[in-house]
Design a protein around this ligand. Structure first.
Ligand SMILES: Nc1ncnc2c1ncn2[C@@H]1O[C@H](COP(=O)(O)OP(=O)(O)OP(=O)(O)O)[C@@H](O)[C@H]1O
Length: 466
């Protein structure tokens, strides 16, 4: 009785008549998976398509690995799809680690092979991409995420099965199987896998977890791997439950607001915090912000929800802002002008009691209550960063000045006028920073200037303007 083959057969990940693209590095895990799938292929009518990626990181050895895998495939009567690329150069060019570049490059190669099958007429849903991650990899992944900082989703570890963006199933049939069992299988079947020297290098964070942290933790609990995997399974259940609840809420309780972002129902603040945070996380995912969110961003959103104040707002990644509009949380997209500016230019607004306000250099400050009187309690949400428009004016002592006239007086060339960032509320300009193409000195609206009676101050900062 072969426990590894049985475990894979019983895992429900391998379906009959499937076309399986397999990532075959030549190491013990993928050699074991390849052997197991070959064993099952007649019984389950599987078609296998091995893919090997040569990352060119270990000159000589990498070529030997590639030749080994290609020979093995030939001997098995299968074509090997080999991809060679200079991982180190690509990582440098992209400012990534070689691990990151290697990972997405591999996924690209697997997907390219799967797409080629589709072009040959294979139905997309009959194709799976099989990776050979094992139970030890899973425990290390959970520890890695735990240390980096994560939530219930990250603690769940890698999914045994998921669909990628192109609609292919990614499966990990060995995910429940310990490394020791895989090595045993390789010995029993005389597979003679290749060894990757870089696996022993503590230069890589993942290797340090495997070689240093896990052995240290085993001294506290010899069954630490199982304990971590149980935590992962339990987190996955909690995540699945929250996913279901969040999906139901988002159908009814959240609206897309054209290009301006997302708006939630008023009852969001009353939900259990665990569900609320999950919903907000999912919503941020739909805006493409999830990856760049930090715990400070989440705390900012929670704080404005708690305050309920229309003047409260919190910065989010990529120039998005969270604010309250009529008791509803709104995640607002950056204004068009801000989008037209380099990506790092964004508006930061802070409302604080006068005695707590600070005055960062280059920022503008106004009397928040005076603005509220003029534009209503949700005045903060109306403030935008944009370029000029017709009818724009700046409040000056004793009247108003057209922005058009101001630019003429300043002798700003016509071709530059549409590139000057302005902070405005409606047609009224509050602040024009000094800048390369802007006026020689900053301009501030005189209508909301601070006075000895100012109780609340709004600080307006354009981050990223030099
Ligand atoms: N050079 C390679 N060529 C083809 N497939 C590979 C190669 N390296 C890894 N794989 C496949 O990817 C699986 C995972 O490998 P590895 O743990 O090195 O990658 P990873 O994607 O960086 O994983 P992690 O998610 O743990 O960071 C392997 O089991 C194998 O199936």
């Amino acid at each position: 009785m072969n426990t590894v083959v049985d475990a894979v057969r019983n895992s429900s990940l391998i379906r009959e008549h499937q076309h399986i693209v397999i990532g075959l590095s030549g190491g013990p895990d993928s050699m074991c998976l390849f052997s197991v799938l070959k064993n099952l292929s007649a019984e389950l009518d599987l078609k296998l398509y091995p893919v090997h990626v040569n990352h060119k990181i270990r000159p000589g050895e990498a070529e030997a690995d590639q030749a080994f895998v290609e020979r093995l495939c030939r001997e098995s009567g299968l074509d090997c799809y080999s991809v060679e690329f200079d991982c180190r150069a690509a990582a440098e060019a992209r400012g990534e680690t070689t691990e990151e570049t290697g990972r997405w490059m591999r996924y690209e190669a697997f997907r390219a092979r799967a797409e080629a099958l589709c072009e040959q007429g294979v139905d997309r849903k009959d194709i799976a991409v099989a990776l050979a991650h094992n139970a030890d990899d899973q425990a290390e992944t959970i520890m890695f995420r735990l240390m980096r900082g994560t939530g219930v989703g990250g603690l769940s570890g890698m999914a045994a099965e998921r669909e990628d963006e192109a609609g292919f199933r990614i499966i990990r049939p060995l995910l429940e199987i310990p490394k020791s069992r895989i090595l045993e299988y390789c010995r029993e079947h005389d597979l003679q896998p290749r060894t990757d020297r870089t696996n022993a290098s503590t230069e890589y964070a993942r290797n340090r977890i495997r070689l240093e942290l896990m052995p240290a933790l085993r001294q506290y609990n010899p069954h630490i791997r199982e304990a971590i995997l149980r935590l992962g399974r339990s987190a996955a259940e909690t995540r699945d439950y929250l996913d279901t609840m969040a999906a139901a809420y988002m159908k009814e309780g959240m609206e897309r607001r054209g290009e301006t972002g997302l708006c939630f129902r008023k009852d969001l603040a009353e939900l259990h915090p665990a569900l609320r945070k999950h919903i907000i996380g999912k919503a941020l995912g739909t805006l493409g912000l999830f990856q760049d969110m930090t715990s400070a961003h989440y705390s900012g959103i929670e704080a404005i929800l708690r305050s309920g104040s229309p003047s409260a707002s919190a910065d989010l990644p990529h120039g998005y802002r969270a604010c309250m509009e009529y008791g509803r949380l709104v995640l607002r997209a950056p204004s068009r002008a801000a989008e037209a500016e380099p990506a790092h230019v964004r508006l930061a607004l802070t409302v604080l009691p006068a005695e707590e306000a600070d005055f960062p250099p280059g920022a503008a400050v106004f009397d928040a209550d005076a603005l509220e009187d003029a534009y209503g309690s949700d005045f903060v949400t109306k403030i935008t960063l944009r370029t000029r428009g017709s009818g724009d004016f700046l409040g000056i002592r004793g009247g108003r000045k057209k922005i058009q006239d101001l630019f003429v007086d300043e002798k700003i060339p016509k071709e530059k006028r549409d590139r000057i960032p302005l902070v405005a509320i409606g047609r009224e300009v509050l602040f024009i920073p000094r800048g390369d193409c802007g006026p020689s000195r900053p301009r501030y609206s005189a209508n909301y200037a601070l006075s000895p009676d100012t109780k609340r101050v709004i600080t307006v900062e354009i981050i990223g303007i030099v």
